[in-house]
Design a protein around this ligand. Structure first.
Ligand code: ZN
Length: 347
């Protein structure tokens, strides 16, 4: 779990994935047939099986996490933010953040809160209102002159949260989708004698519309696309059982559909059959709202059979995301088995 800790704690919002990419590239250096970064910033790691005519399989895991860019610096030095990705403002009160100040190269700790009165002096009506996302600001504890000497509009702002191993599960920030990056790295490390050519693509800008996977798939021209991502595990108090999507610890999730993709049906059948045969814990997932890189791969070029292998996560898009080690291992085992056996002849 040390690698997952490093993946969780490194920062990279959409378009600013360089630190994540450097960490992943350092894990892969010399261990794959090809390692290159494309113009968008996707990291492509290729493993060839040496069989002529082998299926080309693209497996995508996104490097970016939801976060912010500096949108405005006011005359007292407070920062206003542009969000990148879907935040729930109720999860953003009283947070520490890191501001990557590009003018002086420093990493500055700040605190984030919504504009408005503290509880001691607010009315019941004021307390009941959830503040809009654009009322949140960052306080660096510095005056405007010192802030402006270091921080520029467009600089990256990330939430700070240490990773924690709770035994059966881990919790931390950015597990969406560093959990997917971990599964892909683990698979690359364990893969022996694959039946396909593997194009492992660590993608950029997924959280703002599957942008990296779109150009990545165009370049790779895969025969099959598999996205690795997290999905909702809403198996928490006071939620109706039929709304839970997946259950934490219930196994890797084979996605049937979400709002970006209806998974290619023969791939659903093939992964279910494989999980059954290998006795890997799995669950089927229908997610009413949300998408993955499979959406971009499936619609690339002339269309590509595509699916997502998801890792159930509680508290998605907060800094307390929680995933189960059992589900992570099952996801890596299922992906490895598929790459070793190759797609079934009968589709
Ligand atoms: Zn994701």
């Amino acid at each position: 779990m040390r690698l997952l800790q490093r993946l969780s704690e490194v920062d990279g919002v959409p378009g600013h994935e360089d630190r994540v990419r450097a960490l992943i590239a350092s894990e892969l250096e010399g261990r794959v047939d090809d390692l290159e970064t494309d113009a968008m910033g996707n990291l492509h790691a290729t493993v060839r099986c040496g069989r002529p005519g082998a299926p080309q399989v693209m497996v995508a895991a996104h490097m970016d996490e939801i976060g912010f860019l500096v949108r405005h610096i006011d005359d007292r030095g407070f920062l206003r933010l542009q969000r990148l990705g879907g935040f729930d403002p109720r999860t953003l009160f009283a947070r520490q953040v890191t501001v990557y100040a590009s003018l002086d190269g420093s990493e500055r700790i700040g605190v984030m809160n919504p504009a408005g009165k503290p509880i001691h002096i607010s009315t019941a009506e004021e307390r009941a209102k959830v503040p809009e996302l654009d009322t949140f600001y960052v306080d660096l504890g510095l005056d405007a002159e010192r802030v402006r000497a270091g921080v520029r509009i467009g600089d990256m702002v990330c939430l700070r949260q240490p990773f924690a191993d709770l035994g059966e599960v881990v919790t931390g920030k950015a597990l969406d989708d560093r959990a997917g990056c971990w599964i892909l790295l683990r698979t690359l490390g364990a893969l022996e004698d694959p039946a396909v050519d593997l194009h492992a693509v660590f993608t950029v800008q997924e959280e703002v519309g599957l942008r990296g996977a779109q150009t990545g798939a165009h370049h790779v021209r895969p025969d099959i696309g598999i996205a690795l991502d997290t999905t909702l595990a809403v198996d928490t108090p006071e939620i109706r059982e039929d709304l839970r999507v997946t259950r934490l610890g219930g196994g890797t999730a084979i996605k049937v559909m979400d709002s970006s993709t209806i998974s290619t049906r023969w791939l659903v059948d093939a992964l279910v059959a494989l999980a059954e045969r290998r006795e890997l814990p799995y669950q089927l997932e229908v997610l009413p709202l949300g998408g993955t890189d499979a959406g971009a791969m499936q619609r690339s070029r002339d269309g590509v059979p595509s699916i997502t292998i998801s890792t159930p996560s509680r508290y998605v898009h907060t800094v307390t995301e929680m995933v189960s080690k059992r589900d992570l291992e099952a996801g890596a085992a299922l992906l490895t088995a598929f790459l070793q056996e190759g797609p079934p002849a009968e589709r």
